[in-house]
Design a protein around this ligand. Structure first.
Ligand SMILES: NC(=O)c1ccc[n+]([C@@H]2O[C@H](COP(=O)([O-])OP(=O)(O)OC[C@H]3O[C@@H](n4cnc5c(N)ncnc54)[C@H](OP(=O)(O)O)[C@@H]3O)[C@@H](O)[C@H]2O)c1
Length: 217
């Protein structure tokens, strides 16, 4: 499939891009600047090659990346997600849009700081055309873990969304990355609860100087 990662030059996109390229997908890295996208793609291709992966990864501006893909992963900073998607809404028709976006505020403790819509995922669904199906996923996996290719990904991925086909595709894409397991939590309304787990994990990591992750048993 053609999978684009908007804001794909940031730390979160790298692991997803290389792992999905390994599974045979065509990856489109989006950026505000095509030169930056191409530069980041060069680094990803080097990393993939070192892992023995023949990767098909190409750099684009965000709008072109979304327009040319069937699946769009929003890897944008929470505070710029709505404005960025609004500015490129003409690029969206019928795609599966995956949101790992976690709105947080940083003080003595890290807090969940959702937008007025209630969660980042609902804000994204409200911003994009009705033909798009938003699924929440990957909030609770650290970028560093995704980009550590020597260890299996021993995480559970809680997903939610309002369209069963979109969730089935998200589950398939998730489980193509060994050894992630997707767990469907229900409608998109659940997303605030999933997003809020991430600041909890960060507070735990800070307090215990450990890298916690989640698994449901
Ligand atoms: N990092 C993690 O461990 C982690 C874990 C779970 C979920 N997430 C979520 O994943 C998403 C991406 O995280 P990240 O750490 O990769 O983010 P990031 O590095 O802060 O930003 C990603 C990309 O967003 C673009 N960007 C920066 N400022 C922008 C602006 N004003 N307008 C539009 N685009 C802008 C930049 O790309 P260009 O300059 O190339 O446009 C940047 O490389 C976030 O929503 C985060 O909550 C992250």
């Amino acid at each position: 499939m053609k999978i684009s990662l908007l804001g794909g030059t940031g730390s979160f996109a790298e692991g997803l891009a290389i792992r999905w390229a390994k599974a045979g997908h065509e990856i489109l890295i989006g950026s505000r600047k095509i030169e930056k996208a191409k530069e980041e793609v060069g680094k990803m291709l080097e990393t993939a090659k070192a892992q023995g992966i023949e990767a098909n990864i190409v750099g684009y501006e965000n709008a072109e990346a979304a327009k040319n893909s069937e699946v769009v992963v929003v890897c944008l900073p929470p505070e710029y997600t709505k404005s960025t998607l609004e500015s490129m809404s003409a690029s969206f028709v019928n795609q599966l849009v995956i949101s790992p976006v976690v709105p947080m505020s940083f003080g003595a403790v890290v807090s969940y700081n959702p937008p007025e819509a209630g969660s980042a995922a609902i804000e994204i669904q409200n911003t994009l055309p009705d033909s798009v199906n938003v699924v929440s996923a990957y909030h609770n996996i650290p970028a560093k873990g995704l980009a550590s290719f020597e260890k299996p990904l021993d995480y559970d991925v809680i997903i939610c969304g309002d369209n069963d086909e979109a969730k089935a595709l998200t589950t398939k894409l998730t489980e193509e990355m060994p050894s992630l397991k997707a767990i469907d939590a229900g409608p998109l309304e659940i997303s605030s609860m999933i997003e809020a787990i991430t600041p909890l994990i960060i507070n735990l990591n800070k307090k215990h100087k450990h890298e916690f992750s989640i698994k449901f048993i």
